[in-house]
Design a protein around this ligand. Structure first.
Ligand SMILES: Nc1nc2c(ncn2[C@@H]2O[C@H](COP(=O)(O)OP(=O)(O)OP(=O)(O)O)[C@@H](O)[C@H]2O)c(=O)[nH]1
Ligand SMILES: [Mg+2]
Length: 709
C-alpha cells in the first residue's frame, strides 16, 4: 500500500505544506543539529559574529533614521534592512570521489548524520544547505529539482557532452559505450520510478521537513538501493536520484551568527559530463570554494578535471582541505610531503599554487561532535597522537578531549578560515554597500534640513520644485547610462577581438604542431596536444577585460555622483558640505570557471586513437583536426566573450540604475522640502522633533564613516 501523499509515478507530486510522503515523520534528531555541536562550532565562526555585529549597528541606524524620517526614508530603510538580511554567503565543496566531501560538510555544520555518506551511496546532485541563525517563519523545508526535458533529451539523444564530443571525433566505439550506459541509466530510472518517470522531468518536490532517509532518496545514487529485493518499498517511495539535478534544504541553525549556504557536489568524474555543468554552475554561484582531497591520493594524475576547475579561481577564493589524515600511518611526517606535492602539481598546471592548505579528518570531527571518543579505531588513535605532537598548540585554557580532537580534525580551522574570508570580502562588501546607501540617505536628510533653513533665511530665493529637480536628475541618469553603455561597447569589442586572436593562434599553433609531428613521425605515431595554453590566454584576456570594466564602471558612477552633488549646489547654493553623494562600488568580476569545462583535447586517449586511425593524408588530417578543435573550443570562447562579459555589463548597469533611482527618490524630496516645511518649523514641538532628527542624522553619519571604505 502506498502511504498517503506519496509521489508514486508522480501523477501527484507533493506541494509545499503537504505532509512528507512516507511514514514515519522524521524523528527528533532529524529536526536540527544537536545542541552540543554549538560549543565546538561557535568559536570557529567568530569572524561571522563580528560581521553580524556591524550589520546589527547598521540596522540600529536604520531604525533610528526611519523614526525621524518621512515616508520615502521609511520605505528606503525597510529596503536597506532587507538587503542586509538577505546576505547569505555561499561555499561550494568540490573534490575527488570519496574524498569525504559529504562527511566534511556534516562536520562543518556540526550535524554528523544529516547528509548520507557511505561507501555505497554516492552523491549525484548539487545539494545546497541554507542555514539561518533565526528559526524560519515557515519552518524547515526541502526542495528537490529534477532535470528538465531538454537536459534529459540532450543526455538521451546525444549522450550528454561526452556523447557530443565522441560523435564530433567520430569515435564510434566510445559512442556505443555512452549509448549503453545511457540505456542502463534509463532502465534503472524506469525500474525505480515507474514507466512514466519522464513525467517528472522539469518538476520539483517540496517538503515541509526532511530527514536523512528522504534526502538519500533524492541525492544518492548507489548500487544497492531499492532494486530487486527492496522493490516494493523502493517503488512506493520512489528513488529519484537518477533524475534529480539539485536539492535545497532550508533550516534553522543556531550556531551560525549569519545566514550561510554550504553546497555539496558530486565527485567530478561523471560519465556523461552531465553533472560537470551543474557543478560549474554551483561554483559560479559561490564566492568561496573548498577543494576536498583525500590524503591518500591528493591530486593524483587522474584529477586533471579538478585542477582545471580550480585553476580558474583565484587563490583567495579557494581553500584546499586534505581529508582523511586519520588514515595516514604517520601524519606528522607525511603531511609536509603531501603539501609539497600539491603545491608542485598546482604550480605545474597554472593552478592557484598559493591557496591555503588545511589538513584534517572529517572522521575525527564527527567523533568530537558526537562525543563518542572511545570508539576511535586503534590505527586512527595512533595517527591522532602522532598528529597531536605536531599540530596542537599549547592552549591558554584547559581543553576537553572533544575540543582537542575537534582542533586536530582541522574542521574548526577550516571554518575559521572560511568565516574570516567571508567577513573580509563579501561581508565587508555588503556592509560597505549598505553603509554607503544609509550615509547617502542621512546626507539627504541633512541637506533637507538646510533647504528648509535656507527657505526661511532667504524667502525670496527661487528654489526648484520636485519636478524640476527630477528632470535634471533624469538628464544626469541618461548621460551616465549612455556613457556606461558606450564604454562597454568598446570594451566588449576589444575583448572579442582579443579572444578571437587567441583562439585563432591556438588553432594555428596546434595544427602546426600536428603537421610537424606527422612530418617527423609519420601517420602511425600517436600525438597529443594540451589545451592549457588556450585556457591561459583566454583567462588573461578575461582578467584584463574585467579590470577595465571595473574601472570604467567606477568612473561612470563617480561622475554621476559628482554631477548630482553639483546639481544640488547649483540649486540650493553651497550649504556647507551638506551633501556628499557616495557612488556605489563597481561590480565584482566573477572567475571564469566555465573555462575549466572538459573539451575533447582533455580526454584524448581512447577516441583520439580512433579519430587518428580513420584519417589519411597530412593535409586533410590537419584541416579536419582544426575544424574539430574549433567546434570544441568555440563554445568556451563564446561563453566568455558573450556570456560572462554580458553578465558583467548587466551587473554594472543594474548597480548604476539602482544608484540613480535611489538618488532620484532622495534628492527629489529636497524639492518638496523647499516648497513646504515652513509652517511646521515654527511650532515648538516640531523644533524638538527637529533636534532629535538632527542628532539621529549626525550620529548615524559619525558611525557610518567607520564602515565606508
Ligand atoms: N577514515 C576516514 N573515512 C572518511 C573520512 N571522511 C569520509 N570518510 C569515509 O569515506 C567514505 C566516503 O565519504 P563521503 O563523505 O560519502 O565522500 P564523498 O566525497 O562525499 O563521496 P562522493 O559523494 O561519492 O564523491 C565514507 O565511508 C566515509 O565514512 C575521514 O576523514 N576519515
Ligand atoms: Mg558525497
Amino acid at each position: 500500500m502506498r502511504p498517503e501523499g506519496t509521489a508514486p509515478d508522480l501523477a501527484v507530486a507533493p506541494r509545499p505544506g503537504d505532509a512528507k510522503p512516507g511514514e514515519p515523520e522524521p524523528s527528533a534528531p532529524g529536526q536540527g543539529p544537536p545542541p552540543a555541536a554549538a560549543a565546538l562550532l561557535s568559536p570557529s565562526v567568530a569572524g561571522l559574529a563580528a560581521h553580524e555585529q556591524k550589520a546589527e549597528s547598521l540596522r540600529a541606524a536604520l531604525v533610528r533614521l526611519a523614526r525621524v524620517g518621512d515616508e520615502t526614508i521609511r520605505t528606503r530603510a525597510v529596503q536597506l534592512r532587507r538587503q542586509l538580511d538577505a546576505f547569505e554567503p555561499a561555499v561550494t565543496l568540490i573534490g575527488q570521489v570519496k574524498a569525504g566531501k559529504t562527511s566534511l560538510i556534516n562536520a562543518m555544520i556540526g550535524w554528523p548524520d544529516l547528509l548520507p555518506t557511505d561507501v555505497n551511496p554516492w552523491t549525484s546532485v548539487v545539494t545546497s544547505l541554507h542555514m539561518s541563525p533565526a528559526p524560519l517563519p515557515e519552518g524547515n523545508r526541502a526542495r528537490f529539482r529534477f532535470f528538465d526535458e531538454e537536459e534529459w533529451a540532450r543526455l538521451l539523444d546525444r549522450g550528454g557532452r561526452m556523447g557530443e564530443m565522441a560523435s564530433r571525433a567520430g569515435a564510434d566505439a566510445e559512442l556505443e559505450k555512452v549509448r549503453r550506459q545511457i540505456e542502463a541509466m534509463r532502465d534503472r530510472a524506469r525500474e525505480r520510478l515507474g514507466r512514466r518517470f519522464e513525467m517528472l522531468l522539469g518538476q520539483e518536490h517540496d517538503y515541509t521537513s526532511f530527514d536523512r532517509e528522504l534526502i538519500e532518496r533524492y541525492v544518492c545514487l548507489g548500487d544497492d538501493f531499492g532494486d530487486a529485493a527492496g522493490a516494493e518499498e523502493g517503488d512506493s517511495q520512489g528513488r529519484f536520484a537518477d533524475i534529480t539535478r539539485a536539492a535545497a534544504l532550508h533550516f534553522h541553525h543556531p550556531a551560525f551568527p549569519t545566514r550561510l549556504c554550504i553546497r555539496d557536489t558530486p565527485g567530478v568524474n561523471d560519465t556523461f559530463l552531465m553533472r560537470e555543468q551543474v557543478t560549474i554552475r554551483a561554483i559560479r554561484g559561490s564566492r568561496l570554494c573548498v577543494l576536498v582531497l583525500s590524503a591518500h591520493q591528493a591530486l593524483s594524475s587522474v584529477d586533471m578535471a579538478l585542477i582545471r576547475l580550480i585553476s580558474n579561481i583565484r587563490a583567495r577564493e579557494v581553500v584546499i582541505f586534505v581529508n582523511r589524515i586519520d588514515e595516514l600511518p604517520q601524519p606528522s611526517r607525511q603531511v609536509e610531503e603531501i603539501r609539497d606535492s600539491i603545491r608542485h602539481t598546482l604550480s605545474q598546471h597554472e593552478g592557484p599554487a598559493g591557496a591555503r592548505i588545511i589538513f584534517g579528518s572529517a572522521y575525527w570531527a564527527g567523533k568530537a561532535l558526537s562525543g563518542d571518543l572511545d570508539a576511535l579505531s586503534r590505527d586512527s588513535a595512533g595517527a591522532l597522537l602522532d598528529w597531536a605532537e605536531q599540530a596542537l598548540e599549547p592552549a591558554d585554557e584547559p581543553q576537553s578531549p572533544a575540543q582537542m580532537i575537534w582542533a586536530l580534525s582541522g574542521v574548526g580551522t577550516l571554518m575559521t578560515e572560511l568565516a574570516d574570508r567571508i567577513a573580509e570580502s563579501q561581508g565587508r562588501e555588503i556592509i560597505d554597500k549598505v553603509a554607503r546607501k544609509i550615509r547617502n540617505m542621512a546626507e539627504s536628510m541633512q541637506a533637507d534640513e538646510r533647504v528648509i533653513w535656507l527657505r526661511r533665511k532667504a524667502p525670496d530665493r527661487e528654489l526648484p520644485d520636485r519636478r524640476t529637480l527630477e528632470r535634471r536628475l533624469d538628464a544626469i541618469a541618461i548621460r551616465a547610462a549612455q556613457d556606461l553603455e558606450a564604454r562597454f561597447d568598446r570594451l566588449q569589442e576589444e575583448f572579442s577581438l582579443r579572444l578571437e586572436r587567441a583562439h585563432r593562434s591556438f588553432l594555428d599553433r596546434a595544427t602546426a604542431a600536428l603537421i610537424a609531428h606527422l612530418e617527423a613521425n609519420g601517420e602511425k605515431a600517436l600525438w597529443q596536444y594540451d589545451p592549457a595554453g588556450l585556457r591561459v590566454l583566454l583567462r588573461s584576456g578575461y582578467r584584463l577585460f574585467g579590470a577595465r570594466a571595473q574601472s570604467a564602471a567606477g568612473e561612470v558612477y563617480e561622475a554621476a555622483a559628482r554631477e548630482m552633488t553639483e546639481l544640488f549646489a547649483s540649486c540650493f547654493g553651497h550649504l556647507g558640505n551638506a551633501l556628499r553623494i557616495a557612488p556605489p562600488a563597481p561590480p565584482r568580476v566573477p572567475p571564469p570557471v566555465f573555462l575549466g569545462q572538459t573539451i575533447a583535447l582533455d580526454l584524448q586517449v581512447s577516441w583520439w586513437k580512433s579519430w587518428w586511425q580513420k584519417r589519411r593524408g597530412y593535409r586533410s588530417l590537419a584541416a579536419e583536426f582544426q575544424e574539430m578543435i574549433r567546434a570544441e573550443t568555440a563554445p568556451v570562447v563564446e561563453e566568455l566573450g558573450t556570456g560572462q562579459a554580458t553578465a558583467l555589463r548587466r551587473e554594472a548597469r543594474a548597480l548604476l540604475d539602482e544608484f540613480l533611482n535611489e538618488q532620484r527618490a532622495l534628492l527629489g524630496r529636497l524639492g518638496d522640502s523647499a516648497r513646504s516645511g515652513e509652517g511646521t518649523l515654527d511650532d515648538a514641538f516640531a523644533t524638538a522633533a527637529q533636534e532629535e532628527r538632527r542628532s539621529a542624522v549626525q550620529d548615524t553619519l559619525d558611525t557610518l564613516n567607520r564602515y565606508v571604505g
